[in-house]
Design a protein around this ligand. Structure first.
Ligand code: BTN
Length: 274
């Protein structure tokens, strides 16, 4: 069922959402689906068809929710926030690497505002509570001649789950389980969008955009126990093991291994088993 449906989801009130988003690029741009394959796939298609900056896509259920590294993102009906935001950032394609990190900061802040819980950012874009994953971010971008033309910021947050499938690569949790109360999807949606808007506005307003970008690694380090002094295994195209030494000026992770410092550009990290 598409966003043309007469009735919105029970827990999302379009009028309230539009009112709360007034003054942001997201006002009046919600597309809601009772069920969809993947909000990211749909948003990418809409981007190709010319949908404007700030369009966002929310589903109650995804039949083929996608995570990073070809993982699936289990998206049971009404269990989580499944959100994709279409941005048309005025950005060099090379700077798109900052978007997952900025989104992580936005999700970290939104969860704190709505639940008072403090999350931990595991580079590049997992959001954890202690060692359990509560949210994930998947940014997929399109670019032309070295400039970004569109970026789809996909955000999945576990809200109401009480149990999870066995065999997940990282144990999972939900905001309900962690906070001990029912967490409103609408409140979280609004908090995430407004925090994302603030993050992007800082970049847009900065006279010196490079200085604004240069501040991000330090902000991530404050919100993360992973980026400095953690013994990790790196998986992906640059597998190695070592101790994290912070993010470099481009947002890449530095890992001190027995062979020297490796600059990890993509992939992910897990706690090393000693
Ligand atoms: C990850 O941790 O690997 C990223 C998970 C991203 C999941 C979200 S849910 C909304 C959007 N639609 C998708 O298919 N994926 C993202």
């Amino acid at each position: 069922m598409s966003d043309q449906a007469a009735t919105d989801s029970e827990d999302l009130n379009r009028a309230e959402i539009d009112a709360a988003l007034t003054g942001s690029p997201f006002a009046g741009r919600m597309h809601w689906f009772r069920t969809i394959d993947s909000t990211n796939t749909h948003a990418l298609e809409e981007a190709r068809l010319g949908a404007p900056h700030g369009s966002f896509y929310v589903a109650d259920e995804q039949m083929a929710g996608r995570g990073r590294s070809d993982h699936s993102w289990h998206s049971g009906v009404g269990e989580g926030l499944y959100l994709s935001v279409l941005l048309r950032p005025d950005m060099a394609a090379a700077d798109l690497v900052w978007l997952p990190l900025l989104t992580g900061l936005a999700v970290h802040r939104a969860i704190r505002e709505v639940t008072a819980l403090t999350t931990d950012l595991r580079w590049p874009n997992d959001v954890l509570i202690e060692s359990r994953k509560v949210a994930g971010i998947l940014v997929e971008a399109q670019s032309e001649s070295g400039r970004a033309t569109a970026a789809v910021v996909g955000i999945g947050v576990n809200l109401h789950q009480r149990s999870f499938p066995a065999g997940l690569s990282t144990p999972a949790t939900s905001l309900d389980l962690e906070s001990g109360r029912w967490v409103s999807r609408q409140q979280l949606l609004l908090a995430v969008l407004l925090a994302l808007h603030d993050e992007l506005a800082v970049l847009d307003a900065a006279r010196d955009r490079d200085a604004a970008l240069a501040a991000i690694p330090g902000r991530i380090a404050e919100a993360s126990t992973w980026v400095k002094g953690r013994r990790v295994n790196v998986h992906g195209p640059q597998p190695c093991s070592g101790v994290t030494e912070g993010l470099d000026a481009r947002g890449f992770l530095l890992v001190r291994t027995t062979d020297g410092v490796v600059t990890v550009m993509t992939g992910g990290i897990r706690k090393a088993i000693d």
